[in-house]
Design a protein. Structure first.
Lengths: 200, 240
């Protein structure tokens, strides 16, 4: 004869969720509104994303009809039940607290910029400073030039970041619509993570 | 004198110097004690370096190095034998240097054979595994670091070279680490370092390191399981 089933302990479920949140590998996409974060997410993860788009009420500064509020998530299935989550940070400055949270739970960050746009240097600097402030271990950061650019332009952008005290940061060309470009960027991130893993 | 051919590489010389060397070598090689043959840098017993390479590419992997130029310091090389030739070396200078390298290599081969025979004898009587640890001592190596980010041009504008470039921004890495974590082969990695050295953006740092086990070629690039899976997923073009 079976007895009554015991009620589930909600704290155990919460702990499990927190543990999963803490241990699920994540990569963050950061950059200003309209730079291609959502496009990159779709290119990497497919069309099924968890997103929160709302009408863009700031059409004066940006022509996008919709903009993302909150973080946007996509999953990459690696096989055998393993997955990695790709998180797009909201581009607007008023959601910077969300960006901080996404960075705090990420292994790596792609900082997406237009290296020809002088304003993007400041944006990249803001994001990279947020990255470097993460503790105990800052995520690894790469800068991706999402608009067509020359090698000289990417070098100049990297030099501008170095002059602002951010060290030597890789700046790669990656069209968010091109899967191959994003996979190459991912492979760079994997190599860096592999080197970091050697120290542990 | 032994008839064994000695291999020599000019891969790391600037084009102008390589041409001058080739002209004088065609004469000198007929007059030296040993027979000489040109080879790739990976296979060569003797590697030639010019000023721009000698200061940054300290680890060519060859037993002998000949530095050509004003400021190249043979002492910085990790080769077992190093010599210097002035930039306007003559056929006579070259013959003399090649002969000295040839004699050193002949002596080295004899010493290696003797050492191998002794080691085999020792191994056959060894009992304690601790002795293996004692045999590992410190080894001086060189690590390389990028001073500023640069763009790469063909034939080095490949994903593997970009991975290597990114590694060089992170910390000073050895040639072995560079190949292991980027997937680059040794020859291309050396070529990349040479190019970066020529552009003046590479820093070479001597580092006293403990001897590490040689990383076998078959070993996966990554050590963390999920990283291994992610690497496989990326290399498969984004398919599980």
């Amino acid at each position: 004869m079976s007895g009554p089933t015991e009620p589930e302990d909600p704290t155990l479920e919460e702990d499990s969720d927190r543990l999963q949140a803490a241990t699920l590998p994540r990569i963050a996409l950061a950059g200003r509104m309209g730079i291609g974060k959502t496009t990159a997410l779709r290119t990497l993860c497919g069309e099924e994303l968890a997103s929160t788009d709302v009408p863009n009420l700031d059409r004066e500064t940006h022509v996008k009809e919709f903009t993302t509020v909150g973080a946007e998530f996509g999953d990459i299935e690696l096989g055998s039940g393993e997955r990695i989550q790709v998180c797009g940070c909201p581009g607007q400055e008023r959601f910077s607290f969300l960006r901080q949270w996404v960075l705090s739970v990420s292994l790596g960050v792609f900082v997406m910029v237009d290296v020809r746009d002088p304003q993007d240097i400041e944006e990249a600097m803001r994001i990279l400073l947020d990255v470097q402030a993460q503790r105990p271990t800052p995520p690894l950061a790469l800068v991706l030039s999402t608009r067509p650019s020359t090698g000289a332009e990417r070098e100049a952008f990297a030099q501008a970041l170095a002059q602002r005290g951010l060290g030597v940061v890789p700046v790669l060309q990656a069209d968010p619509r091109k899967r191959e470009d994003l996979l190459n960027a991912l492979s760079v991130l994997v190599s860096l993570l592999s080197l970091e893993g050697e120290k542990k | 004198m032994s008839n064994t051919t000695v291999t020599i590489s000019t891969d790391l010389l600037a084009p102008g110097l390589a041409e001058r060397f080739a002209t004088l070598f065609a004469v000198a090689a007929r007059k030296t004690l040993r027979a000489w043959e040109l080879a790739d840098v990976e296979r060569a017993d003797v590697v030639l370096l010019d000023d721009s390479q000698a200061s940054v590419l300290a680890d060519t992997g060859a037993a002998c190095v000949i530095c050509i130029g004003y400021v190249a310091s043979p002492d910085a090389q990790t080769a077992q034998w190093a010599a210097r030739l002035g930039p306007y070396f003559t056929v006579g200078d070259l013959i003399d240097t090649l002969d000295r390298a040839g004699v050193f290599l002949m002596d080295l081969h004899i010493r290696q054979k003797t050492a191998l025979a002794r080691q085999q004898l020792r191994l056959s009587t060894l009992q304690s595994p601790l002795h293996q640890q004692d045999a590992n001592g410190p080894q001086t190596g060189y690590c390389y670091r990028l001073q500023r980010w640069v763009s790469l041009e063909a034939p080095l504008d490949t994903p593997a070279c970009h991975r290597a470039l990114a590694l060089l921004t992170r910390e000073a890495v050895s040639l072995r680490q560079l190949c292991h974590h980027s997937g680059l082969d040794l020859q291309t990695a050396r070529m990349l370092l040479v190019q970066l050295g020529r552009r003046g953006v590479l820093v070479a740092e001597a580092q006293q390191t403990l001897r590490k086990a040689v990383i076998p070629v078959e070993q996966p690039r990554t050590t963390l399981p999920f990283l291994r899976r992610l690497s496989q997923w990326v290399m498969a073009g984004g398919r599980a």
